[in-house]
Design a protein around this ligand. Structure first.
Ligand code: ASP
Ligand code: MG
Length: 411
């Protein structure tokens, strides 16, 4: 008998039929003797629908009221799922975020969990009830209802697993696990048995949104083993935990990629100590998220600073820079759209210096020119033309032998 937190995402509870299916799964796990706390998202796209309704009324919805509105989505699911379980003769009870003791800061729309008072949940578990908790919501120190940011139900689940010292947190979603790369683009993509928190963090930031990055950070900090699996297909998922493998061959574990990348170059900036700081504080004042940054000295007096932004923020980026031309004192701005970022990820890279070289080699062999590079201990990212993206990912997937099952992967 184990204490387990399970989370079911919006697609998994998207219709009443699917809620019945989820109830059957929960009933089965409960009958096996597990203590269960279940976190659910709003049904299907209902959060989007609520956002659209608010936007139809006002351009700038009041943040407190927005949270009041959005938290209703999850409240619908917890009630329906609990009814379905009661119908199956399983004692269950639903709790909203505040009832479940999820205490947050006061930042409406993007609140952070500060503490969890588990008294109510513990009492319910003690009475052998299945506890159904609304994801993505909490209560602030000043008693206001808050939300944790889009996709935040994952974080609710992991935080509860940590607070309740659950054996693991199972995230049920519409994919069967975490793959070596996006299987919609690369046929050879393989589901991973396991991946480390750090690798998953890189993949989560870069990948298809399987898991909310903040949830992975939480799991890492509190050492909560996470399992990602499908709620619809009975198939072993992927486990995310601290130490995954001692296998030497596993230097690269996955390839993440994204398109709609634009490179912006600010040319002829003064070559001074605080140039970088001034440039990026200008951008951050305009809430522009910058990714890869490269600085080149053109001569002793001038530097060019290039960085990438998503295509959708290009207009805002240019206008922010133009407004600050006097202050920043640059010559001109150049930009190149239609780019992609392709990254190889793997914890083993720290001790394998040849990995980046091998990546550049593979791309050179495909006649793909690399426009920018950035590295971390467990990742090498390259910026290339969007037209080359899938070819690059396929070639790298093959070169790093990611399609091959690794026999002695430690589970
Ligand atoms: N329902 C919320 C959203 O759609 C939270 C979640 O599903 O994680 O963002
Ligand atoms: Mg999600």
């Amino acid at each position: 008998m184990a204490r387990i937190v399970q989370k079911y995402g919006g697609t998994s509870v998207g219709t009443v039929e699917r809620i019945k299916h989820v109830a059957n799964r929960i009933a089965e796990s409960f009958t096996q003797g597990n203590d269960l706390v279940i976190v659910v998202s709003a049904m299907g796209k209902s959060t989007d629908t609520l956002v659209e309704m608010a936007q139809a009324l006002t351009e700038n919805p009041n943040k407190r009221e927005m949270d009041m509105l959005l938290t209703t989505g999850e409240q619908v699911t917890i009630a329906l799922l609990t009814m379905a379980l009661l119908e199956r003769g399983i004692d269950a009870i639903s709790y909203t975020g505040w009832q479940a003791g999820i205490e947050t800061d006061t930042q409406h729309g993007n609140a952070q969990i500060q503490d969890i008072n588990t008294t109510k949940i513990e009492a319910a578990l003690h009475q052998n009830q299945v506890v159904i908790v609304a994801g993505f919501q909490g209560i602030s120190q000043d008693s206001q209802i808050t939300t944790l940011g889009r996709g935040g139900s994952d974080t609710t689940a992991v935080a509860l697993a940590a607070a309740l010292q659950a054996k693991r947190c199972e995230i049920y979603t519409d994919v069967t696990g975490v793959f070596t790369t996006d299987p919609r683009f690369v046929k050879a993509a393989r589901k991973l048995h396991s991946i480390s928190y750090d690798e998953m963090l890189e993949m989560a930031h870069l990948g298809a949104g399987v898991l909310h990055p903040r949830a992975v950070e939480f799991a890492k900090n509190y050492d909560v083993p996470l399992v990602v699996a499908s709620s619809m297909v009975e198939e072993e998922g992927t486990i995310i935990e601290e130490v995954v493998s001692v296998e030497k061959g596993l230097v690269v574990r996955g390839i993440a990629f994204e398109n709609d990348v634009t490179k912006v170059s600010v040319v002829g900036l003064p070559n001074e100590m605080n140039t970088l700081a001034r440039l990026f504080s200008t951008l951050s004042r305009h809430f522009i998220n910058v990714d890869i940054i490269v600085q080149n000295e053109t001569d002793s007096e001038h530097v060019t600073i290039s960085f990438t932004v998503t295509q959708s923020t290009l207009t805002d980026t240019i206008s922010a820079l133009e407004k600050a031309q006097m202050e920043l004192n640059y010559e001109n701005i150049e930009y190149e759209s239609g780019l992609a970022k392709v990254s190889i990820v793997g914890s083993g890279m720290v001790s394998n210096p040849g990995v980046a070289a091998q990546m550049f080699d593979v791309l050179a062999n495909e006649a793909i020119s690399i426009k920018m590079v950035s590295t971390s201990e467990i990742k090498v990212s390259t910026v290339i033309s969007e037209d080359d993206m899938v070819i690059a990912v396929e070639a790298l997937h093959e070169a790093f032998q990611l399609a091959e099952e690794v026999a002695h992967e430690v589970l």
